[in-house]
Design a protein around this ligand. Structure first.
Ligand code: AMP
Length: 289
């Protein structure tokens, strides 16, 4: 595995590989790798000639009061894990390399950002879309892999790839969870021990909601209340949102029907966690997957 710190070197390598018709699988991350990231890498390894992993904690997508400085980082550990997954190139640029001067152009996401994390984190998805635009131009991937844990991000990136005509195949990958159901996240290490125990309630509440839908419940308010009550009574976390929308459009639904996302965000003392389930809801019978 080759570690590359500069944009120019990364582009030169990629152009060389493309001239030999190699397919490039790209997994963009912020590092502190866990099983979720590794699942994306494994998939990329199987489907492409070359696998590029990027690790970049992108300041542009963090708000002024968010956890940019306390975001966990451990390059040595990540390097070992990436090597074990057969990554060919680890692209690890500095902030100065990616943003040498204030941006003269920035990508603004127009749709699907007035809800969920886009609403709670103003400017977050503009930061994500801007860095991904740069990364896509640097890595020029054939396929790019994203986790459904960040389901709104998947929807936004679909818009970016379609609207800006990137010849990239987007591959959404299922959420990888801990044994107790908690979605794996680099941020989980910043939970206090008590909070870590409580955090499994997030997924349990989504599982209860899914059961209710499978049992025939179609009223989003009833389902959201089920989830909120569970989180409020069983955790010390503060609910940021519990919402249900059509997916991937992220439009409000009066009744659950078709593909819907049930998504939540909960703030603990030092970390804000997100999770979701995406359900295929039939007219008469439940059938969540
Ligand atoms: P991050 O490093 O948090 O920016 O995540 C990098 C990529 O890994 C994103 O596409 C995430 O959606 C994905 N990812 C993070 N956690 C998980 C998980 N538990 N399961 C599946 N994918 C994940």
């Amino acid at each position: 595995m080759k570690v590359i710190n500069t944009i120019q070197e990364m582009q030169t390598e990629i152009i060389k590989l493309k001239s030999h018709s190699k397919s490039i699988g790209f997994v963009p991350t912020m590092g502190y790798l866990h099983e979720g990231h590794l699942t994306l890498l494994k998939r990329a390894r199987v489907e492409n000639d070359i696998v590029v992993l990027s690790i970049f904690v992108n300041p542009l997508q963090f708000g002024p009061t968010e956890d940019f400085s306390s975001y966990p980082r451990d390059l040595a550990r990540d390097q070992t894990l990436a090597e074990c997954e057969g990554v060919d190139f680890l692209f690890y640029p500095s902030v100065e390399e990616m943003y040498p001067h204030s941006l003269s152009v920035r990508v603004v996401v127009e749709e699907r950002t007035d809800v969920l994390c886009g609403k709670s984190r103003p400017g977050h998805f503009d930061g994500v879309a801007t860095v991904l635009t740069k990364l896509f131009n640097i890595v020029m991937p054939t396929r790019a892999y994203f986790g459904k844990k960040d389901a709104q991000q998947v929807a936004v990136v679909e818009g970016l790839v379609t609207d800006f005509n990137y010849p990239i195949e987007l591959i959404p990958v299922d959420i990888v969870r801990e044994d107790d159901g908690l979605a794996k996240s680099s941020r989980n290490v910043n939970l206090l021990p008590d909070e870590r125990r409580q955090a499994s309630v997030l997924y349990k509440s989504l599982a209860v909601a899914k059961l209710a839908v499978e049992g025939g419940e179609r009223n989003p308010h009833v389902i959201k209340n089920l989830i909120s009550n569970m989180i409020q009574s069983e955790t010390s976390g503060l609910i940021d949102y519990v919402e249900i929308y059509s997916y991937p459009q992220l439009k409000q639904v009066d009744n659950l029907d078709g593909t819907c996302i049930i998504a939540l965000a909960v703030k603990f003392s030092k970390v804000r966690l997100i999770d979701n389930v995406i359900l295929e809801v039939g007219q008469e019978f439940g059938g969540g997957k």
